[in-house]
Design a protein around this ligand. Structure first.
Ligand SMILES: Cc1ncc(COP(=O)(O)O)c(C=O)c1O
Length: 381
């Protein structure tokens, strides 16, 4: 397989004493991305520095790069501020009727749940949650088994946000297609750290927030829209997505035509002069490293850490069942309710979801970070 990426902490603003193992909550932006964001924000203090071309520059250069992250074509990409924006767009464009069902998995993230509750209430479709499987069955197999002729839509992720359990999206997509169900994916907890091939999975819609594993700023994400969905109805009706919007003198020549591809779904004020340059620097880094190499490198480090965790009675799921970049360690009975606060007091940052300690390192973490976590956990539990 590929070689490991050397440690990249020098690219980040993370002091030696901080063990930041919480990328699943918020990825730190690289210093160069911060600089690009600052420069973009500074332009707003001198607006005469912002040209008409600047409204189009960042989105034009970023769209193909985002597409490369997921092996898609540039014209399938739209800019969105959040996952909920993208799932609302998808919900507006997927026709369901009473008798059909919407399938989600247990403990799915709320921005990929409430919208389907609402769609079910509006259409008479039934929202079905695939329960936590028992015995040897995987979450992925439980999802597959639940897809049937009445399924109109499956909405899920690549890894579950609470514990990193992985889904076989190609198999799920094949089954969806065999019963005529739409597929909506939220890849916020995997995009940038886990290989995903849109040309193989072929979802109807897919979204990733940019502020976690993509190491970008908050409120700047992207949505993939399959070609056969690109004539759909956008959530909002803004000026810049319309055909001819580059000519600011002609904007009141109102038109029903849109820019090409998925552009009609771009959010209003998509040309964010601070956030997009920051996101672009972060995406450049991801593409330089290569998503498969990131996954491989994080996987190797996490394998070691999972062994250390198992030794102190906090097992993680087997590697073939979870995302390589994502550790969800089971907490022993009697773990203190304020465990994460105790760790934070020692500058060790992880997060807790129910009975699972979510430990999500990235390329800036060192063996020392891992050792400090283990030593602190030994004392606390
Ligand atoms: C799986 C997943 N999806 C989405 C989000 C964020 O959703 P939104 O962009 O709607 O705030 C998170 C944040 O933790 C998440 O873990």
């Amino acid at each position: 397989m590929t070689d490991l990426i050397p440690n990249q902490r020098h690219l980040f603003d993370i002091p030696d004493e901080v063990a930041y193992l919480n990328c699943a909550t918020m990825g730190p932006m690289p210093l160069a991305a911060l600089e690009a964001g600052r420069a973009g924000l500074a332009k707003k203090a001198q607006p005469w520095q912002i040209s008409t071309a600047d409204f189009f520059k960042d989105t034009s250069s970023l769209r193909p790069k985002l597409a490369r992250l997921i092996n898609a074509e540039a014209d399938t990409i739209a800019f969105v501020p959040s996952v909920s924006y993208a799932t609302a767009t998808a919900a507006q464009n997927i026709a369901l009727e009473a008798g059909q069902s919407i399938l989600i998995m247990a403990d799915q993230f709320p921005s990929n749940v409430y919208v389907w509750r609402d769609l079910a209430a509006r259409t008479g479709a039934t929202l079905k949650t695939v329960d936590e499987p028992t015995g040897n069955m995987s979450l992925s197999d439980a999802m597959l088994e639940a897809i049937g002729p009445e399924t109109g839509l499956v909405a899920c992720s690549h890894v579950r946000w609470t514990d990193g359990m992985k889904l076989d999206l190609e198999a799920i997509s094949d089954k969806c297609r065999s019963v005529g169900a739409a597929l909506v994916l939220d890849l916020t907890q995997s995009c940038g750290a886990m290989a995903f091939d849109a040309s193989r999975v072929r979802p109807d819609f897919m979204v990733a927030a940019g502020y976690k594993w993509m190491l970008g700023p908050y409120s700047a994400g992207f949505m993939y829209v399959a070609k056969h969905r690109q004539s759909g109805r956008p959530l909002e009706h803004n000026w810049i997505t319309r055909k001819g919007s580059t000519d600011f003198t002609q904007l009141t020549q109102y038109t029903d035509e849109y820019g090409p591809g998925a552009q009609r779904f771009d959010m209003g004020e998509r040309s964010n002069f601070a956030l997009l340059p920051a996101l672009e620097v972060a995406v450049d880094l991801l593409l330089d490293w290569g998503v498969a190499r990131i996954e491989h490198t994080l996987g190797a480090a996490n394998r070691k850490l999972a062994d250390q965790l198992a030794e102190i009675g906090m097992p993680c799921p087997d590697e073939d069942g979870r995302g390589a970049h994502y550790l969800g360690a089971k907490l022993p009975k009697g773990a203190p309710p304020d465990l994460t606060e105790q760790l934070t007091a020692r500058h060790i940052h992880v997060s807790r979801r129910g009975n699972t300690l979510r430990i999500t390192p990235h390329l800036y973490n060192t063996q020392d970070d891992a050792d400090r976590l283990i030593a602190a956990l030994k004392q606390a539990i």
